[in-house]
Design a protein around this ligand. Structure first.
Ligand SMILES: [Ca+2]
Ligand SMILES: [Ca+2]
Length: 151
């Protein structure tokens, strides 16, 4: 595992698009590992699986590879999810989860939004999408519980 420091600043230095995406994938993968080690969200049985799907999602919608989702990125996300929103609505949605008031959603804020207890419009839309897609996703890990274990 590379132990490079996570640095989202200025990655535009002439690197190819594919390389940028790859760098981001690695950087977010490291953050994911730290989140797992941290134990903050250990109540989620499928934490690693969730983190990896959130990582893919984040990278997919971070169109300019800036390391955060701005109004443009989130607008694109909403369009893709079939829930187009106007500029003001998107700004409000970002503000709901923008803990450090940067006007954008960084990866940590994104994870906090998805796994934390607080509800937000963006989270609800993404969760809804996740449920809809859930059945068609191939699962590498077998479920820990079977039907007989359920109350
Ligand atoms: Ca971005
Ligand atoms: Ca922020």
């Amino acid at each position: 595992m590379p132990s490079t420091k996570v640095d989202h600043t200025d990655k535009q230095g002439g690197k190819s698009w594919g390389k940028l995406k790859q760098d981001q994938e690695e950087a977010l993968g490291i953050i994911n590992e730290e989140i797992v080690k941290n134990g903050d969200y250990s109540s989620y049985e499928d934490l690693e699986e969730r983190l990896s799907s959130y990582k893919d999602k984040f990278i997919e919608y971070d169109l300019d590879n800036s390391g955060d989702l701005d109004v443009k990125d989130v607008s694109y996300m909403m369009e893709k999810l079939g829930q187009p929103k106007n500029h003001l609505e998107v700004k409000k949605m970002i503000a709901e989860v923008d803990t450090n008031h940067s006007g954008t959603i960084n990866y940590n804020e994104f994870i906090e939004m998805m796994l934390g207890k607080k509800n937000s419009v963006l989270k609800i839309i993404l969760m809804f999408e996740e449920k809809k897609k859930g059945k068609e996703q191939p699962t590498g890990v077998p479920p820990k519980k079977n039907l007989a274990d359920l109350p």
